[in-house]
Design a protein around this ligand. Structure first.
Ligand SMILES: [Zn+2]
Length: 208
């Protein structure tokens, strides 16, 4: 069983598993997930094992664990970018989550929860920018290492992966969320963000 890259949080490892369905097509893990901690020479790993509810195959995922697990609620990891899920996948997920709630502030706690997921997803996208990235820099090539992530990048129109566009989209999500989010806001330009938000909404950040 090959060791998968570092899973910064259990939440991130569960998302990774959901993104990699069984050969039978079943993506859910059912109720029988077992998890073991493994000690190996270079550190720690966590083995997740479950029986596919679709076909009965035992499925196993072994993730490397961080030395210091990050436990902040609503976050998929600390400040370092994911090694497990690439920027294209995070962007696709954030768009999918965001477009599943209405384009208006909603008192429904379920909408709130999904919006927070989308915001956390955008936080993950933005972590792939190097600290000195300028606002019109695009996400770097090395942030896209999966086939699905690269395909999603290719679907984004010219300029859609620039930092300010992605930050504007995130800021729009924060504006819609009922309660302020705990995650740090990477200082977008609110006026521009709000002017473009309506266009950005269903279409993703690139098509304004
Ligand atoms: Zn299966």
């Amino acid at each position: 069983m090959p060791l998968l890259p570092l899973a910064r949080t259990p939440r991130e490892s569960h998302l990774y598993i959901a993104l990699h369905p069984c050969a039978c097509g079943e993506a859910s893990t059912g109720e029988n997930m077992r998890s073991f901690l493994w000690d190996f020479p270079d550190g720690w790993a966590r083995k997740n094992e479950f029986t596919c509810p679709g076909c009965g195959t035992v499925r196993t995922f072994v993730f490397e664990l961080p030395d210091w697990p990050h436990v902040e609620p609503d976050a998929f990891g600390a400040d370092e970018p994911s090694q497990l899920i690439d920027a294209g996948e995070w962007l696709r997920l954030a768009h999918r989550w965001a477009s599943s709630v209405p384009f208006e502030p909603s008192p429904d706690p379920k909408h709130e929860k999904v919006l927070k997921l989308a915001i956390s997803g955008m936080d993950e996208v933005l972590k792939f920018f190097p600290p000195d990235a300028r606002e019109d820099d695009e996400l770097p090539d090395e942030a896209f290492w999966t086939e699905r992530g690269r395909a999603y990048r290719a679907e984004q129109p010219f300029g859609g992966l620039r930092r300010y566009r992605l930050e504007a989209y995130r800021s729009g999500l924060v504006g819609l969320a009922h309660t302020p989010t705990q995650t740090p806001t990477p200082t977008p330009t609110p006026t521009r963000a709000y002017r473009k938000l309506k266009n950005l909404w269903k279409k993703g950040p690139g098509r304004a």
